[in-house]
Design a protein around this ligand. Structure first.
Ligand code: SF4
Length: 437
């Protein structure tokens, strides 16, 4: 048995498993390997990874919603070669438990506390804990301009400043809004409590998740929506960051290499893949602005006002075997024709099947591919009861009717998510079926 076949058969062929670098996962366009990093890399290193994606895979790369790089289209023979070549790049790989911090951590004067020492202590402390769920994640969020509030986490620590100094709210399950409050603790207590919970989950086995320990706890108070990573951010000293992302989180190796080459030409030395399918490039303000202009003219998302940044689309057809729709085409059409609906107040979830990989949380509006056509769901997950089902050929018309309804019915100061919630499934269903013969 080869190392690859052992990994695939025993670890990562399950639904919900993470396609790590040495244990790639089968998808519709071959094996997919994930490169998860814990620190910045150079544009040259990303360009080299793109070359490897072309050599060993099908030349398509993803930046995932959690900011992991993914190489698509690998074969049984090429995946171990990619593994070896990526290791030779000397990237800072994430090993063991996923303990995530905001992408500007330690560089952002507006953060309450630098979360990285806590994250590292939890990472080290969890090294010998076995039996955890493959997708187990811990978020340590010190506040600042770019927060991880919308990412699901089994265990989350968020910094709060109070009269007694800095404390950490420990949440179980969900996002920052929906997680349950376990306790509010000082730094050392927070680390021990988080590790004790990780250990408890390990003892319960790989199906146990943070939410399973949350019975009887109250839900956290809802903060506002976190800022989008697209745009320019002022950091400590003269340093700036600019967030740039490929549409729907996917790009060809050539397109990403061109962006990296331009970044290098401009003198940018560091970048970091980040949440919402983004890459944050670091440098002086004028350099960041020049790279943003280059990226914008080459089809990348560079602003939270770009309606594509308000769409969460899974790879869809043909990249995934389970997909019944070409999600990226559908998303591009929605961005073109329903821009005012996509005002950033919610993520339009476009999914190739009810699994809903791109957006595991409920969404104000989800379009889900089925064998018969498309299900439309409001304020729910992809697998929830739809308020309407339409044939593939009627997809664009249906979306346009919803966008028209929201435009006509929107009250002063009301955003799209609130308007969709107020209209409810019946009005939305009526709008979708109007004009149908
Ligand atoms: S949600 Fe999309 S990527 Fe995930 S299994 Fe379904 S079609 Fe494939």
């Amino acid at each position: 048995m080869t190392a690859l076949s052992f990994d695939r058969n025993t670890l990562d062929m399950r639904r919900g498993a993470c396609p790590a670098l040495s244990a790639p996962m089968q998808t519709g366009d071959g094996l997919l390997a994930r490169v998860a990093l814990v620190d910045v890399i150079t544009p040259g290193q990303l360009a080299e990874l793109c070359r490897l994606a072309r050599r060993h895979g099908n030349g398509i790369l993803d930046i995932s919603a959690r900011g992991n790089l993914q190489v698509r289209g690998l074969s049984e023979a090429s995946a171990p070669l990619l593994d070896a070549d990526v290791r030779a790049l000397n990237l800072p790989p994430r090993e063991g438990l996923a303990v995530e911090t905001p992408p500007l951590a330690g560089m952002d004067d507006t953060e309450i506390a630098d979360p990285r020492p806590i994250a590292e202590a939890i990472r080290q402390g969890a090294r010998d804990i076995l039996g955890l769920a493959p997708k187990m994640s811990v978020v340590v969020d010190g506040g600042g301009q770019l927060r991880l509030s919308d990412l699901l986490a089994d265990i989350r620590l968020t910094a709060v400043s109070c009269d007694e100094g800095i404390h950490w709210t420990l949440l179980l399950g969900g996002t920052e809004t929906t997680g349950r409050v376990f306790n509010v603790l000082r730094e050392t207590e927070a680390i021990s409590a988080a590790l004790a919970l990780v250990r408890k989950l390990g003892e319960k086995g790989p199906k146990a998740r943070g939410r399973d320990l949350a019975a009887g706890l109250s839900t956290n108070h809802a903060p506002g929506r976190p800022a989008s990573p697209f745009g320019t951010f002022r950091l400590s000293g003269d340093l700036f960051a600019t967030g740039i992302g490929p549409a729907f989180g996917q790009a060809s190796a050539e397109t990403l290499m061109a962006l990296c080459d331009e970044a290098e030409r401009l003198g940018i030395q560091l970048l970091k893949p980040a949440f919402d399918h983004s890459l944050l490039f670091f440098g002086p303000q004028t350099v960041c602005e020049a790279l943003t202009a280059f990226a914008g003219s080459n089809g990348f998302v560079t602003s939270p006002r770009d309606p594509r940044s308000a769409i969460a689309a899974c790879p869809g057809s043909p990249a995934c075997n389970s997909a019944t729709v070409a999600t990226h085409e559908l998303g591009a059409k929605a961005a073109e024709e329903c821009g005012d609906l996509l005002d950033g107040s919610f993520k339009l979830h476009v999914t190739g099947c009810p699994k809903g990989c791109a957006h595991p949380q409920p969404s104000a509006l989800a379009l889900c591919g089925t064998a018969a056509g498309l299900s439309l769901i409001t304020h729910g997950k992809a697998a929830d009861e739809p308020f309407a089902s339409v044939a593939f050929a009627d997809t664009n018309n249906s979306l346009r009717r919803i966008a028209d309804l929201v435009r006509d019915e929107r009250r002063a100061g009301e955003n799209s998510a609130a308007c969709l919630a107020r209209l409810g499934p019946r009005r939305l269903a009526a709008a979708v079926t109007s004009g149908r013969s």
